[in-house]
Design a protein. Sequence first.
Length: 727
Amino acid sequence: MSDYLTRLNPEQRAAVETVDGPLLVLAGAGTGKTRVLTTRFAHILLTNRAFPNQVLAVTFTNKAAREMRERVGAILGAPAEGLWLGTFHALCARMLRRHADLVGLQSNFTILDTDDQLRLLKQVMEAKRIDTKRWAPPALMGIIQRWKDRGLTPARITADQESDFAANRARELYEDYQARLVAVNAADFGDLLLHMTEILRGHPEVLAQYHRMFRYILVDEYQDTNVVQYLWLRLLAQQSRNICCVGDDDQSIYSWRGAEVENILRFERDFEGAKIVRLEANYRSTAPILAAASALIAHNEGRLGKTLRPGRNDSEGEPVSVISLWDSDEEARMVGDRIEGFRRGGDSLAEIAVLVRAGFQTRAFEERLIVLGVPYRVVGGLRFYERAEIRDAVAYMRVLRGASDDLAFERIVNVPRRGIGEQALRGMHEASRAQGISLCAAAEQLVATGSLRGRAREAMAELFRGFSRWRQMLETEGHVVTLATMLDESGYTEMWKQDKSPEAPGRLENLKELVRALADFETLEGFLDHVSLVMENEENADSEKVSLMTLHGAKGLEFDTVFLPGWEEGVFPNQRSMDEQGAKGLEEERRLAYVGITRARKRAIISHAANRRIYANWQSSIPSRFIDELPEELTQRSGSASLARDARATTIPSFSAFPMQARKPRVIEAWEQPARPARPDAIAVGQRVFHQKFGYGTVTGADDDKLDIAFEKAGDKRVLDRFVEKA
């Protein structure tokens, strides 16, 4: 216990011992923020400045709260009891149970999950005769949650904050929804903070009670707070002003979740006389990685400023690698081959990560790792072909291929909603069993005989007309165009466009990536066979695995080797983010790049491709501006640098002249597509190869990346070279 301060560096110790008054600890990546926060908590208790129940400690996740509780207990030498330690929502729920009557609730109120919220909101909308097909409840829920994140009750919403949803009736529906919640003695997650903030605003006696109770306030990840969380903290800290916020303005990457980087930027204005301690000694990464990350983030104007430096003596290492590649296929091969090389060299697969800007980008790397037999896991999400929207789209394709696929038909018959209830579906099953025909044939029969009535009958008739049309299109237009058309005309794509949840844009990107994947196969059957093979390829859950995840999901994690693919304009920085938020969006994208680089302990490998396939066409790309912002002396450039120069010359002249324009892509027509550079590991005619589905065979012909192979058991096949290995 006595040496807990000696384990800290001077900056960390200053943050722990500056106990009284407002303090902002700017903790850069890998600088020991958790150690500072937990040691400060223990220091307050050990110096008898407060009892355990007089310290309010706020984290963003339950895992962080558990870790803090354990670490504080370790320093104290005994479990700490009676702590007010937890997430914003957990602490506010605890408070609200005490004061529920002040907002019309009983202390045993129910906290609703997302499904219950939507069901309740739909009831409110139907009571107001709002067409829930035209105005989707999830969209309204998104609007209401954004209002709650900003601390806005229905009464606080001004005319300029009103939404145009349902002809400017969103505020009215919000008011009815809140009244309905009270009537059923319930609160949603947004209410926990909103209700407590309103109670503290409107009931001085309650606020005074908490002022007496909490002598010190500790806040983790302050850069990720939204407006209502900020208001709640400010109200509680008004009296003692002993608030310590730990965060990193350079890692504020969650604006899409309501986070406001301005909260941390204006800390000194909010708390007069506040002290700022900067933690800049990084104990995670090598000197070249830290220098490159610091040089990149220095281009942001909206920051308080700090420069990371190595905190270890052994921090010399490789420069950041920047690799220029011909196309996205070659990029996936490069990543897979290097991972194989690292594994052969003795590196643990658990210490390797591939970090992408958007979830749809994982597909190419998943398929390459499957071909190589390298186990992997998708962190914070499902494997590409396991995602709901991909399973739905594949089910549409299976019905398109053969109407007798009952499982696929049952999956898509009411997606998007066509008014097919349980009774109608039961009738289809009964007819199918009675006559020994497929579910699809039974449904067509019910439509033809009039057994299915009303809106459901017309919707099903339209679906069957669609499948008839799409099957003809499959013969004339090919499977790529047919899939894109089928997703659009069936209403499936529109369903996700109307969905206003934060996940919806990613689902749409995944569907686009699925169409791109289809272009790699000559037939629909070949693709569906491939999907089946991929889905069966599940590695032992206990084995070491490469981690695939988004940059957002990687925050707080670290790996020896980090691959950062897809650093191209429009992909990263993301064009939608810049379109929606302008300069703020660009700065957040740069913070995301900073987070990505600083996940690496030993190696950071950035890559970009000169060409990416968009649907069935190749599209030229230019390197991300973030690559330009990495100093040449801190990076090691390889690959075809001329590809980057040629691509940039055909697009915008400079990023400084047009800061919010990412790329004006030029679609490369088939007749002008330049020849692909020769692969260093090219598979020659006569080479013996292995394919996971077809087994062993001999290459009899080669056309670009397509190989004609005589397989020993499967006969003659034409396959893409990336799906075979030299035997």
